[in-house]
Each structure stands twice: as C-alpha cells, then as structure tokens.
Write a protein that binds this ligand. Structure first.
Ligand code: BG6
Length: 463
C-alpha cells in the first residue's frame, strides 16, 4: 500500500467559468463574448452559459463531491461575477453573496476551499478598453480586484492563488489561435508573459500586506502547468531546443514566482532577438520582493522537442517556434481521445526539480486527470460510468508522485481535474474528466467508478 504524508490534501479542481454558468453575472469575460459572436467556434456549439450549473446546484454538488472523497476544492472567483464595474472596482452584491455562500457550504461539508483569482476569464471590457494583459494598467486593476477578494473572503480562505496556467494565455490568445482574440504576435506574447508575472507579484504584495494587518496565517501561490521538455536525442541541437522550450514554457513563470527574477539565459535570448519585454527597475523590484509561499502544479502530459525545422531567417516575425519543434516519440503511450501522451514519470521529474532547484518549496498537484470523450460508452446498467482507465491513470501518476515524495520533495496534495464533469473552453464537453458524471441535458450528476475509488483513496490516505 502506498501511504501518503499525514494531512495530505486529497482534492479536486475546477474553475468558476467552467462550472458556474452565467446566471446573474453583471459582466462578460472573453469567452462569454466570443461565444456570443461565434458559437460555432466551440465544440458542438456548447458555450459557457450553463456549464455544470454550479451557480444553482452548489448546495447539491458540494455534498456529492464530499461523498467522492474530495476534501479540498480548488475553484476560482470570476472577476466578472464579483465586480459590478471591473474598471472602477465596484463589487456586485449578488456576486459577493454567491461566493460567500459557496465558501461557507464547502466548509460546512468539510471541504477546504483553495481559491484562485484568474482562470483565463479576462473581463472583455478590459480587453476592449486597454488591450487586456498587453496593458500594464490591467495589472493594477487585477491587484485591486485581488485585494477586494482578500478583504471579502480572507477570514475563511487559507489558500489563495493568483493565476492558472499563464502559458495557456500566451499559447491560446497570442500564438496558436485557440482562445480569443486569436492573435499571432510573438513579441506581444513576451510582453503579456511579463505583465502577468507583474500582476501576480502585485497581487502577492497586496496579500502580504493584508495578511500582516489581519494577523492571518493564510498562504498565497500561483498555478503553473509545468511540462519539462525532453530532447528527442542527445544531439546538442536537440538539447538546446529542449533547454529553450523549458525556459519559455516553464521557467518564464516559475523563476519570477519562486526566485523573484526571470532566468538570465532567457532574458539574453529575448534581448538578442530584440523582443525583450518592457520593464522598469521598480516593477522588477515588486517581482523580486513578492515571491510565493506555495506552488500549484498542473500536469497532464510531457513535452518532447527537437531542433527546429524552420530557419530563423525564413520567418518575418519572431515566434518561439524558431527555437524548437515538437517531437512525437515513436512508441509513446497516448490518451487517444485527447491526443496527449501519457507519461507519469514526468511527475517524479517535476518533484525532483522543485526539490533541487526551487528550494524544496511546498507544492501540490493542482490538476491531473484524464479527458475521455463519449463516456456514455462506459455506462453500466445502473447508470455508473465504469472508468477503470481513469483509475489506472490516477494510480500511475500517484505512484510517481509518491516516489518523488519519498525522495524528499515537499508535496502536500493531489487535486484531480475534476470533481464534476465541467465545460472546457473551446472543447466544451468533448472530454470528460470528472469523478462525477454530469448529464448536460438533464444536469443529473452521478458518481463514477473512479469517484467511488477516490473516496477510498482519500479515506485511506493511499492505495
Ligand atoms: C487545464 C486547464 O489546462 O486543462 C483547465 O486549467 C482545462 O481549465 C484542462 O479544462 C483540460 O483541458 P481540456 O481542453 O481537455 O478540457
């Protein structure tokens, strides 16, 4: 039996925009806006309007999650629900009441709330007015919003997070056109990465001030999808490609958040290419002074890369692709539905990297899970999804995580993505990840076989 450390947090993760639905929301975020403009951009034309109906169903959903062994829930506050006016920072009373009720309901059900402040859901007004994360003004507005959240909910929430997966904001919105505004602009992506790091540090600064004034023992962190890049071969060109990919995808966020500065090698590469972000000494000091207490790591699949096939000179505009190509390793194990490689050992490698290169910072797995389409294929005659594949996926990842913990890595929790099947951006309900099935036509929610298994896992603190 693999036993996990005492007080290990067995959780699940979701986000406000993916679970709540839009009910009574005073503002639109980029996804609400994009869906209204172009519903066909979303799988099966299903948008964020109903999601898994958590706004109306939280009183039923939360006890159901508790039944599936979920002892901590990571979700996010929607900026566009909490604020009546996102620009002036005026709160919406219905939004405040809703989040207060959710947090109370979680605590009443013995579930620890882990609250994230930004999960891809930029208020569209801040995009239209200021250019979203391209604008430094938005970093101040974000810090104001974050501070409001600490003031409103800080007495009950012990675990705060600033951002979920900044890398996906760059990839989706500025490089590879899978999230609105569908731009292709490498230099703008570099500035956005810098601005998000700055916004996160500004929010951490507000938090630390609030924590001191309120004598709180709460913690703050950020959530990064770390997918260390493995080179295709030991050839120096492949190794250099992997080094850049890791700097670009991971260290660009991990280093400022934990060490307080950007990796020198990456800064030099960007500077040599004339695309270095605009920064001031005052901003860099905010980043240096406001590192995180705890790190959330989302992990689904490894990244494998090789030397780039394009020559830098053939490209007119700078893109990170000039330094590496993706590599499909022959014989790799795939989650065919999702198109992602399954390679649990990366979780061990991440654990060791944090132990050795990031001061053995406290961390936890803030997302890990298996997306499968058409899960109705696996329903038994009692209406329970027999998702043995998901149990195996989680077990295999936990085995590698356990190895990392045994080797001394300071990991204190595992959050499966997700509790109840939820809506996912462009993919809508294409891939189901939940421990609990959600029939989106009837909003009927039923614990899957994996949820029954997770309940035992969390009760036994191991398997
Ligand atoms: C993570 C995100 O990257 O992946 C989640 O934080 C997302 O918001 C999850 O839902 C799974 O992605 P997808 O597109 O397969 O649903």
């Amino acid at each position: 039996m693999l036993k996990f450390p005492k007080d290990f947090a067995w959780g699940a993760a979701t986000s406000g925009p993916q679970s709540e639905g839009n009910f009574h929301k005073p503002n639109q975020n980029v996804f609400d806006y994009w869906y209204e403009k172009d519903p066909d951009a979303f799988y099966d034309g299903v948008g964020p309007d109903t999601a898994s109906n958590f706004y109306n169903d939280y009183k039923k959903d939360i006890p159901l999650m508790a039944k599936a062994g979920i002892r901590s829930l990571r979700t996010s506050i929607q900026w566009t629900r909490l604020m009546a006016d996102v620009d002036k920072g005026i709160v919406d009373e219905d939004g405040v009441e809703f989040y207060n009720n959710v947090i109370d309901c979680l605590l009443d059900n013995g579930i620890e709330p882990y609250i994230n402040l930004f999960h891809f859901d930029l208020p569209i007004d801040l995009y239209k007015k200021y250019g979203g994360w391209e604008s430094k003004h938005v970093t101040d507005l974000f810090a104001d919003y974050a501070e409001k959240c600490f003031e409103l909910f800080g007495s009950k929430v012990k675990n705060w997070f600033t951002f979920n997966e900044p890398k996906v904001i760059l990839d989706g919105e500025y490089l590879y056109q899978f999230h609105y505004p569908l731009k292709v602009d490498g230099p703008a992506a570099v500035q956005v990465a810098y601005n998000i790091n700055l916004a996160s540090a500004k929010a951490v600064a507000r938090f630390k001030k609030w924590r001191k004034e309120n004598n709180s023992d709460a913690k703050i962190g950020t959530i990064l999808n770390l997918t260390p890049a493995y080179p295709a071969t030991n050839d120096p060109e492949d190794v250099a490609a992997a080094e850049f990919a890791t700097l670009w995808d991971d260290n660009m966020y991990l280093d400022p958040a934990v060490k307080g500065h950007f990796p020198e090698k990456l800064v030099k590469i960007l500077d040599d290419a004339n695309v270095l972000f605009d920064s001031t000494p005052e901003e860099l000091k905010i980043i240096a002074d406001n590192t995180i207490d705890v790190l959330g790591v989302n992990f689904y699949h490894p990244e494998r890369v090789m030397r780039p096939s394009v020559s830098p000179d053939s490209l007119q505009d700078w893109m990170p692709d000039i330094y590496f190509d993706n590599y499909e390793m022959p014989g790799r194990v795939m989650n065919v539905d999702k198109g992602w490689e399954i390679y649990p050992k990366t979780l061990y490698d991440i654990a060791i990297n944090i132990r050795d290169n990031y001061g053995n910072l406290p961390w936890f797995v803030s997302e890990n899970g298996m997306g499968v389409s058409h899960e109705e294929r696996y329903l038994d005659d009692k209406g329970v999804v027999q998702d043995d594949y998901r149990i195996k996926f989680i077990k295999d990842h936990l085995t590698e995580l356990h190895r990392g913990i045994e080797a001394g890595s300071n990991c204190h929790g595992f959050f499966v993505w997700t509790g109840i099947d939820c809506w996912s951006w462009k993919n809508a309900y294409r891939n189901r990840y939940g421990l609990i099935r959600n029939d989106i036509h009837t909003q009927t929610k039923t614990i899957k076989k994996s949820g029954q298994w997770y309940a035992k896992l969390s009760e036994n603190n191991g398997f």
